[in-house]
Design a protein. Structure first.
Length: 619
């Protein structure tokens, strides 16, 4: 199963996919939701929230109560779900821990870290609210939404610049957006979207007003803003700015779609309306042609002329101030002529350049991104300089290689990014050669690295370990989001992932029938294990059957074993019984019945050794 499919598949196993599909479909029909809390407080939703938080790296980060995900790991499932339900019935969030991280411009970005139980509650709410909100969100908004990415946003910018000939862009920077969201306005916007469960509204109000423990130990009570770092904050931010998206849409594109003169209506091969004739007709009117591309609070508005762009800039400033109570940063807000200057967006800088009779996109890494990437790699090279041993050097080179691949994967959609990568490579080469004494000859054994860098002369080696060259990369075209892709429709999911090759009904059985005397961690890992083993016994390879399958601790608890995924394995009942048998006669009799081959017996004996038992030989 592919990694990107995991979220959707697990949602299906927990029995929530049908519910999310239903909420999405009803929201599309403008249904109003008055009893959402029953879904939020359902057992399956709470267990799914635990899994989502557990798989997040932040689950190991403690809040003000000093607890992390381990606090819930040893609880039994019923105890855990009742704990969360009790909290939701009379919700009062604990203090949020404020931390500050450096921004590229030298300033500090404030983050709020809620306590682990509040994070789980926020995840419970997110899983139910997201499909309702997704049905109402604007199509050209890409930040913090399922199946959307920065690459999709850049692809849309390419399209507007190169194909639609939108040469002027309005750059708008909202001053401290996350810190200045108006709580009352946000609640009204949720109400407008059809979220009218008053109990849920009260829970969200409590979250927004949660006390913040500052780094110096003092406590502040916020009257506005949604703390960055909260799980629910990105969704709430999109709810706030969704109104802006639809306002921009109403100024031009909606007017095009409202024109119903049958002579001018045409349809493309996919059955969608072709608005080309309509656009040409409306360009003769006083309407301003404009399109928004938004990624969270970072957005650009593309216009056809400078005159239109100036009017749009003024109108957007006024609209944000009066409607959303948000102010823009005057020094960062302005108009860019894309034929003359670069415009920065999501770490890229893009402009148009003449090629023959056409204007084509010229995209590169922005200067700050180049500097940051270079500094990051230089820092890792210094860490590679004095390893304690060869194994430690191997780990540090792998970290460096992963950094290189990450930078190339993100910025590789810029069509002239090779110039930036080569510049970075040139600047770090001297440091690398001086600090870690690299060699030019070697062999790449890693298949991934071999496929990616095997033909490059820039690869360097240290004690036989290849070091990935950032300067060797061929740019790729950014991919736009497919119109029919959706997490909340069967047709949309078919575009995202293929059905899992395991028994879904068996998965649901495992979910509905947890081992009552075991921990949350054990029962959750039991589900992951079934997926990992593709529903088969680890020794015999046979399909596991209900009532005849056991989840075995590789290292028994009485020998210091735990409930972690690595210490669990699914076995057939007969194999598990045989594994723990100590009577020699009974053991040989059962072994004869199973008829294990040499390979299966080797696996079986390995498990016996881990359990502190003697190995057996087939007679």
């Amino acid at each position: 199963m592919k990694t990107k499919n995991r979220k959707a598949t697990i949602t299906n196993y927990y029995g929530l996919q049908d519910l999310q599909d239903k909420l999405y479909a009803e929201s599309l029909k403008n249904k109003e939701f008055y009893n959402i809390m029953q879904y939020i407080m359902s057992e399956d939703n709470i267990k799914l929230a635990y899994r989502a938080i557990k798989t997040n790296h932040g689950s190991q980060t403690a809040g003000t109560d000093k607890k992390d995900i381990k606090f819930f790991a040893d609880m039994q499932e019923k105890e855990f779900t009742e704990y969360i339900r009790k909290k939701l019935n009379n919700y009062h969030p604990k203090k949020v821990r404020r931390v500050e991280i450096p921004k590229p411009n030298g300033k500090m970005r404030p983050l709020g870290i809620p306590c682990i139980e509040d994070r789980i509650i926020q995840q419970c709410i997110l899983q139910i609210l997201e499909p309702i909100c997704e049905a109402k969100f604007y199509e050209k908004s890409y930040g913090f939404r399922p199946n959307r990415s920065a690459e999709n946003a850049i692809a849309e910018c390419y399209r507007l610049m190169q194909l639609s000939h939108m040469y002027y862009v309005v750059n708008v920077d909202i001053k401290g957006f996350f810190d200045n969201v108006n709580h009352r306005k946000l609640i009204r916007q949720m109400w407008t979207l059809g979220i009218k469960d008053t109990k849920l509204i009260q829970v969200i109000k409590q979250m927004l007003k949660a006390a913040i423990q500052m780094p110096d130990g003092t406590t502040e009570r916020p009257i506005k803003g949604t703390p960055q770092g909260g799980i629910l904050s990105p969704l709430l931010a999109n709810i706030v700015l969704n109104e802006l998206d639809w306002w921009i849409y109403s100024q031009w594109k909606k007017q095009c779609e409202l024109m119903k003169n049958p002579i001018k209506i045409r349809y493309n091969k996919k059955g969608r309306r072709d608005l080309g004739n309509t656009y040409r007709s409306l360009r003769t009117t006083q309407l301003k042609e404009m399109y928004i591309v938004r990624y969270a609070d970072d957005f650009k508005i593309f216009c056809r002329s400078k005159n239109d762009a100036e009017k749009v800039e003024y109108a957007v400033k006024q609209w944000l101030s009066h409607r959303l109570k948000l102010q823009v940063s005057e020094e960062k807000t302005g108009i860019t002529n894309l034929k003359k200057k670069y415009c920065e967006f999501l770490g890229f800088k893009i402009k148009l350049q003449k090629k023959g009779k056409k204007q084509v996109v010229n995209a590169r890494m922005c200067d700050k991104a180049v500097e940051k990437s270079e500094e990051t790699l230089k820092r890792q090279i210094k860490i590679m300089q004095r390893p304690t041993n060869d194994i430690e050097l191997y780990k540090r080179i792998n970290i460096y290689n992963s950094m290189v691949i990450g930078i190339q994967n993100y910025y590789g959609i810029a069509n002239n990014v090779t110039k930036d990568f080569c510049r970075i490579q040139f600047n770090i080469n001297k440091i690398m050669n001086n600090r870690i004494n690299t060699q030019k000859d070697g062999k790449i054994n890693n298949e991934f690295l071999k496929k990616r860098y095997g033909k490059s002369n820039q690869v360097r080696w240290r004690i036989g370990i290849p070091i990935a060259p950032i300067g060797y990369y061929k740019c790729r075209n950014p991919m736009g989001k497919k119109a029919n892709v959706s997490q909340y429709t069967p047709e949309g999911r078919a575009e995202i992932y293929k059905p899992a090759e395991i028994n879904v009904e068996m998965m649901r059985y495992l979910l509905k029938n947890p081992v009552t005397n075991k921990s949350v961690e054990y029962n959750d890992n039991r589900i992951s294990l079934y997926v990992g083993q593709k529903g088969k016994c680890a020794v015999t390879g046979k399909e596991l059957q209900i009532g005849q399958m056991h989840c075995h601790h590789i290292k028994p608890k009485y020998l210091g074993g735990d409930d972690k995924y690595e210490n669990l394995i699914f076995l057939e009942e007969k194999v598990h019984t045989l594994l723990h048998t100590t009577n020699k006669n009974a053991l040989l009799k059962q072994l004869k019945e199973l008829q294990l081959n040499a390979k299966q017996l080797k696996k079986f004996n390995k498990l016996r050794i881990s359990a502190g038992l003697e190995i057996i030989k087939q007679e």
